[in-house]
Ligand binder design. Structure first.
Ligand SMILES: [Zn+2]
Length: 367
């Protein structure tokens, strides 16, 4: 959901944010303010709850804008900011090219939140109206919490990015630094989940559930973003021609699955071309036979289980491996036909081989 635009940066709201907004406003109006400050009229509780929720939203936005402005200063464009369940995410178009650039972008968010916290502390001291004082106090704490949480040394949190920039600066190895920061992310995630679980058992309540959920989410993010970065780095500059198999095995569409297994041997390639009367009809993905119940293998023709030609992606030998991989993951077909300008098939590239090449290269870069 688009809500506006600041200096060319598009602001979006994830639908889950609306849910959290209502939950937070209600928790503040029904629980936090009444129990800390009894004897206000109920309209004031609700007004304070809603206003505080809106201001928290503005604070999260300011935090993300601080990252974005720091990134724009390094001439790395930011396409947009999405605010969702646990905060925000600035869509920064590429990773910074230097450790100092990464450090500045990462630290900008927490610094901004600390600044806002100080501002609210001051406002709370100055204001004479008790509900306003209470709101500012709460907002001050929330911004401190936001800054402190983001400074935890686990990638992809800000603290993890700071950790990465430091390791990167010390070792000069971007991939190794990302690896270390992602380990930090996993450790922080396990500590959060463990802490949450202990809290749930100790207090016999669901309070710790938040920590478990956040830890779980952080773990998934750490693993996912590390994998993404590793692939991107390892496959950078590689084209299909580097790993294409010019002589893939071929099989007739009229052979049974059992026959195909026999013909392709005990160390079969992941895919074979299905060829009938000299023409390519499709691709057989061996994984499909492996997953088939064994009694059906003698009854099923290769032509029935192959991926038909029109569903298999095509690319030129110059196509980057990373984009081939992304297309395969999107289509679910783990193979691409490599064709020459005349449209003839000159070889195939399989997902398995791309991933093997990526693992091999990433391993080389880590040394
Ligand atoms: Zn941040």
């Amino acid at each position: 959901m688009k809500i506006g635009r600041i200096r060319g940066i598009e602001l979006r709201l994830h639908f889950s944010w609306l849910f959290i907004f209502v939950l937070l406003a209600a928790a503040l109006a029904l629980d936090y303010f009444p129990s800390s400050y009894p004897n206000w009229p109920s309209e004031i509780y609700w007004l304070a709850g809603i206003l505080t929720s809106l201001l928290i939203f503005a604070c999260v936005l300011a935090h993300e804008l601080a990252h974005s402005f720091a990134s724009v200063r390094q001439s790395i464009p930011v396409s947009g900011i999405t605010l969702f369940l646990f905060g925000g995410m600035a869509k920064i178009s590429r990773e910074p090219r230097s450790p100092s650039g990464e450090f500045k972008i990462a630290i900008a968010g927490p610094l901004c939140s600390f600044g806002i916290a100080a501002l609210f502390a001051l406002l709370s001291r100055l204001s004479l109206c008790i509900p306003l004082k209470a709101m500012f106090r709460y907002l001050c704490w929330m911004n401190l919490l936001l800054a402190a949480f983001n400074l935890l040394p686990g990638f992809p949190l800000d603290g993890g990015r700071i950790l990465r920039s430091l390791v990167w600066w010390r070792t000069g190895n971007y991939l190794k630094a990302t690896y270390v920061a992602h380990l930090g992310g996993r450790i922080v995630a396990f500590v959060l989940m463990g802490g949450g679980a202990i809290l749930m058992f100790a207090t016999r309540s669901l309070d710790g559930l938040w920590l478990v959920l956040i830890g779980w989410l952080l773990h998934a993010l750490a693993v996912g973003s590390y994998r993404q970065i590793r692939l991107r780095e390892a496959l950078a500059g590689l084209s299909a021609s580097r790993i294409l198999n010019p002589n893939p095995p071929s099989i007739s569409p009229w052979a049974t699955a059992e026959r195909a297994l026999e013909d392709l041997g005990l160390a079969p390639p992941p895919c074979a071309l299905v060829v009938d009367e000299g023409r390519v009809k499709g691709v057989l993905v061996l994984e499909r036979i492996r997953k088939m119940p064994s009694h059906l293998r003698s009854l099923t023709l290769v032509g029935r289980i192959m991926v038909p030609l029109e569903k298999v992606g095509r690319a030129s030998p110059e196509a980057p491996l990373l984009s081939l991989l992304e297309e395969m993951e999107e289509s679910g077909v783990p193979v691409t036909l490599i064709t020459n300008p005349e449209g003839e098939v000159v070889g195939i590239v399989t997902k398995e081989e791309i991933l093997r090449a990526a693992r091999f290269r990433a391993d080389l870069f880590m040394r």
